[in-house]
Design a protein around this ligand. Sequence first.
Ligand SMILES: NC(=O)c1ccc[n+]([C@@H]2O[C@H](COP(=O)([O-])OP(=O)(O)OC[C@H]3O[C@@H](n4cnc5c(N)ncnc54)[C@H](OP(=O)(O)O)[C@@H]3O)[C@@H](O)[C@H]2O)c1
Length: 261
Amino acid sequence: MSKVALITGASAGIGKELADIMAADGWDLVLVARRKEALKSMKDELSSKYGRKVFTFPIDLTKSGAAVNLNQLLKKNKLTVDALVNNAGFGSNGAFTDLPLKNELEMIDLNIRLLTELTHLLLPQLIASKNGILLNVASTAGFQPGPYMATYYASKAYVLHFTEAIAEETRKTGLKVSALCPGATKTEFFDVANMQNASLAKGKFSPMMSARKVAEIGYRGALKGKVVNISGIFNKILASSVRISPRVVVRKVAAFLNTKK
Ligand SMILES: NC(=O)c1ccc[n+]([C@@H]2O[C@H](COP(=O)([O-])OP(=O)(O)OC[C@H]3O[C@@H](n4cnc5c(N)ncnc54)[C@H](OP(=O)(O)O)[C@@H]3O)[C@@H](O)[C@H]2O)c1
């Protein structure tokens, strides 16, 4: 029996690498993102390289009703999902009052609303599957407040805490639930967030990890049901130090990292 993984934000970065890793490990794929051509070339590549079935649904997931539309497409194609990878997400950088509200709200729609809706729609089939995996991509940003990326950090705190809660609620079902918490990773993220010149984006403060490495850690952690999965030793130390440092220090360090050029 084939097992099917749905990956959001599969056209680039961590999601694209997860698609490759999961196809290599025998998963058929449902790939979702906005860029139709990028998804199409991934379909061609992954189906010929690994002989897996690959479905592509180009959808803007910030749009109201996107999760319901996606679920209808799954039903129309008679697809039952065994693994849900909620990876699509983006950030923005700047003083909150200077950032366009529309973009902040779309970020909440994608990073929080869509992830919650898709999880609610698909959780029963994930639990019913003997290969069930729920992998939500959070961030080390989820452990702390992030001045000058206020909405983004708060959205990732939601993803982290939501995922941990679902892990506990479903603990006895056999479903593997995992929140992947990457630190700075080399992807299009910093271009989209318009922070290419930030020291963080240049890896000056923390070593940048490759999207491939992060995806490998994420997939391995999900297979083991690692509920909180922080990528890399540096990021693990950083996340632990946040827990024991005074909040005022944590806020100031994050503000510095998010603004320093
Ligand atoms: N890079 C980092 O340093 C880092 C660190 C911690 C956590 N993360 C998290 O990792 C996840 C993946 O990000 P990434 O670093 O791989 O960034 P990325 O290279 O920018 O990839 C983001 C993916 O999300 C998709 N996406 C964005 N907006 C979308 C929309 N409205 N509808 C559908 N799909 C959309 C993009 O595809 P289209 O443009 O084709 O729609 C793309 O496939 C995100 O949740 C991010 O917050 C990243």
